[in-house]
Design a protein around this ligand. Structure first.
Ligand code: CAA
Length: 411
């Protein structure tokens, strides 16, 4: 059975800051943010554009882009590390806001930025097991990345949600079920203690943890992909080069470049070949071809944690779905703490038409650029501040808390 991502929907906050302006305000050479980190713009979420509001909007858009009947949904999973309640999951709010069928499993999944992939894998394997009995799943990744004004992590913030309809005979990407490599280690590279609004992070260590994870996860995927005949493993043939594109988790765009060079380093190490300047040049050329096309949306939105890998996938399909039809791509998901997974899938023949239905071209055009001072004013707002003016179009908003119950509105 073919199983995978049938449709996508993306939601981003209505405001953003320009990274050159942010760098100047912080007394930093703009080249550090733009070239050093690969960031052009950064989405700024107001407290009223919270995890739930973004998730519900992305979910609504994914369902609108797909051709499935809502009555055929049997599973809703939200992957998030920006929960709004210790007990009631974001998925439960979304289930209500989207008026989804009662006869569904509804829950959140959490492991930092890997949470969305945990949901995707649960959905894929639920369908593969036969338990879905013909039904489909809605998997949503929704987060707000917040490190704080003036911190080293500040230019790697962002916010947004990506929703995926997961089904049999998917239009966008058929996942290679059972062909993946996972890697996990108990580390404190990045974490978000209960009660704190800002993430704690050991920035440079987190980059190293990510690189260690991608090495182990990629090698795991490669062994299985060769065994299953998805890629060739003869001496001199790099498995990673047989993937038309590779989407990595993108905390900032430069990280995808570091990750890709690390994968290349692993390939050469496994073949007993030295990493030298020529290997680095070949690696950079392959980055341009295989990874750069996945980054345009990430560079203009920033880190959206669980959704970041899938934002890369959405941007890639938006730009290149027609030329990639029938091609195998790689995907790497990293969640600090840490756990990770490298997996793959094949772009569908109908992907170009289906991704067009997600209207990603309108996504960034609808946003408003704000000044650094306005961004700082938003960052200082209490977390329970409602969104006073209704968002334009099809958005949802948080209205505040009444009797300890979060209130939302949407059209
Ligand atoms: N022009 C061009 N490039 C410049 C420059 C200039 N004027 N000035 C500096 N640079 C380059 C540096 O050389 C460096 O490039 P390399 O990494 O290739 O060496 C880059 O800009 C960044 O400079 P620094 O390393 O000095 O930056 P920093 O110390 O201020 O911190 C950071 C960078 C660690 C990523 C920090 O932003 C951070 O902590 N971010 C949050 C954590 C994070 O995103 N971790 C990623 C892995 S964990 C993960 O993936 C999970 C998740 O989503 C959080």
């Amino acid at each position: 059975m073919k199983i995978g991502i049938d449709a996508l929907g993306v939601a981003v906050p209505r405001r953003y800051v320009d990274m050159v302006e942010l760098a100047r305000a912080r007394g930093v050479e703009p080249g550090k943010y733009v070239d050093g980190l690969g960031a052009r713009e950064m989405a700024v979420a107001e407290p009223g554009e919270d995890t739930v509001a973004l998730a519900a909007l992305a979910g609504r858009r994914a369902l609108a882009a797909s051709e499935i009947d809502r009555a055929s949904l049997g599973l809703l999973v939200v992957g998030t590390e920006t929960g709004v309640d210790h007990s009631k999951p974001v998925a439960s709010f979304v289930h209500g806001l989207l008026e989804l069928p009662q006869t569904m499993r509804v829950y959140d999944t959490q492991h930092a930025c890997y949470g969305g992939t945990a949901g995707l894998m649960a959905a894929v394997e639920w369908i593969a097991s036969g338990a879905a009995a013909g039904r489909s799943a809605l998997v949503i990744c929704s987060d707000i990345a917040r490190y704080g004004v003036g911190t080293a992590g500040e230019p790697t913030q962002g916010a947004g949600a990506v929703a995926m309809v997961v089904s049999a005979n998917p239009a966008l990407v058929e996942i290679d079920v059972g062909v993946s490599g996972a890697a996990s280690t108990h580390v404190f590279d990045f974490w978000r203690p209960l009660g704190l609004r800002e993430a704690q992070v050991d920035g440079h260590y987190s980059v190293q943890c990510y690189l260690d994870a991608v090495s182990a996860a990629y090698r795991g995927w490669k062994v299985r992909a060769i065994e299953r005949g998805l890629v060739r493993g003869a001496p001199g043939e790099l498995a990673s080069e047989q993937l038309a594109r590779i989407c990595y988790h993108v905390p900032f765009c430069k990280m995808a470049r570091k990750a890709h060079l690390q994968v290349r380093r692993c390939e050469l190490e496994d073949a007993g070949t030295a990493w030298d300047p020529a290997a680095e040049q070949a690696g950079l050329a392959s980055f341009k071809r295989q990874v750069d096309p996945t980054l345009p949306l990430c560079a203009r939105i920033g880190n959206i944690y669980t959704g970041s890998l899938y934002l890369g996938l959405a941007g890639l399909l938006h730009a290149q779905a027609a030329e990639l039809a029938g091609s195998r791509i790689g995907l790497f998901s990293y969640g600090s703490g840490c756990t990770s997974e490298f997996f793959s899938g094949v772009v569908g023949k109908a992907a170009a038409a289906r991704i067009a239905a997600a209207k990603l071209g309108d996504l960034l055009e609808a946003r408003e650029k704000i000044s650094v001072a306005e961004y700082e004013r938003i960052m200082a707002q209490p977390p329970t501040s409602p969104l006073e003016d209704a968002p334009a179009g099809d958005g949802f908003r948080f209205l505040g808390v009444k009797d300890h119950r979060r209130q939302y509105a949407g059209k």
